[in-house]
Design a binder for this molecule. Structure first.
Ligand code: APR
Length: 316
């Protein structure tokens, strides 16, 4: 059987950690690509990871490169190229720099891995997925953004800490853009099937919601740059769902037209992820407050996409 191939664009903190999780899960062979100035970093990290194989017992090949031809035949390409946040910055502050990077990376993916599934991680996420979609020309089922898997993981972590129970038993849902106005849905959150609202006071639940919303910023403040272990783990969760055709229901930034009344933008919604990429969007019922929060979040995403279109009219 042919081994799957995962290419990771950007060999920085998130990219190298994606390679780490992908190798640890033995998802397939991994190519770690960075700009020519950093090819040594990409090659060094790849070699270092490769030498974990005998200890961690994986046979994945991991290579570092700056040549896009090396991503040919990739099943999944994870885009982590771009600058991360510094303390005091919002994700939106990255847009001017990262839209140029994600545009050029996506054009290379179109040329060298035209059949791949693309998972975008660079921020501001929802606008970067839009950029990748337009610049690659790929169909919407093959372009998705990683945000919801991370945000839900943070939400589950904080609930488990509060309840003193296993994170594994917590199932949660979250919608909207990957900003501080993301929309966690406590109504759709349960602990092994028990609605979380029966186990926690509204105040404590609200505190978990708030901490999940600003969880990325909390880490930026602590370490001076943005998070990477959990963002990479969440990205590889999506890659695994595709490569192993798991048909998992995951919250991902995907193209929504009539769904949730989004009107043609990429935002976080629950969807089925399998070998066909985004196989289906799962529409859940929302109450009045949830609809209002979702609309606010979507309107923020629209503002960011407007900036992308103004910078690059050809992406309109
Ligand atoms: N092609 C390939 N790699 C690039 C390009 C490009 N055109 N431009 C920049 N890069 C590389 C950088 O050289 C760097 O090695 O992307 C890497 C980014 O790594 P870090 O600076 O460590 O940033 P990281 O923490 O990995 O975050 C990357 O993911 O979560 C988001 O907000 C985060 O936008 C940021 C991105």
């Amino acid at each position: 059987m042919r081994r799957a191939k995962i290419s990771v664009i950007g060999a920085g903190n998130v990219g190298a950690t994606c390679a780490h999780w992908a190798a640890a899960k033995e998802l397939g062979d991994v190519v770690l690509l960075d700009i020519p100035d950093k090819v040594g970093v990409a090659q060094g990290k790849a070699l270092d990871l490769l030498c974990c194989g005998p200890i961690e017992r994986f046979d994945s090949m991991i290579t570092g490169t700056s040549e896009y031809r090396d991503i040919a035949g990739s099943d999944v390409v994870i885009v982590t190229a771009g600058i991360p946040r510094k303390p005091g910055m919002s994700r939106d502050d990255l847009i001017q720099t990262n839209v140029k990077i994600v545009k050029s990376v996506s054009e290379q993916i179109r040329e060298h891995a035209p059949e791949s599934m693309v998972i975008v991680v660079s921020n501001p996420l929802d606008a970067m997925v839009y950029t990748a979609w337009k610049a690659s020309g790929f169909p919407t089922n093959r372009i998705m953004g990683q945000a919801g898997c991370l945000d839900v993981a943070r939400f589950r972590t904080f609930i488990a800490m509060e309840l003193g129970c296993s994170v594994e038993d917590i199932s949660a849902l979250l919608l909207g853009g990957h900003g501080d106005d993301m929309v966690p849905l406590p109504r759709y959150t349960s602990v092994h099937g028990i609605p979380v609202t029966q186990l926690m006071s509204k105040e404590k639940l609200d505190a978990c919601v708030d901490r999940a919303k600003v969880g990325g910023g909390e880490i930026v403040k602590l370490m001076g740059t943005s998070a990477y272990y959990a963002p990479a783990s969440a990205s590889v969760q999506m890659a695994e769902a595709i490569i192993r055709d798991k048909k998992r229901i995951l919250p991902c930034a995907v193209y929504c037209d009539t769904q949730f009344d989004v009107g043609g933008y990429f935002v976080g919604v629950p969807c089925v992820i399998g070998a066909g990429g985004v196989e289906k969007i799962v529409e859940v019922e929302l109450d009045g407050d949830e609809v209002r929060l979702m609309q606010e979040s979507v309107s923020h995403v629209k503002d960011l996409v407007k900036i992308v279109r103004e910078m690059f009219p050809e992406l309109a």
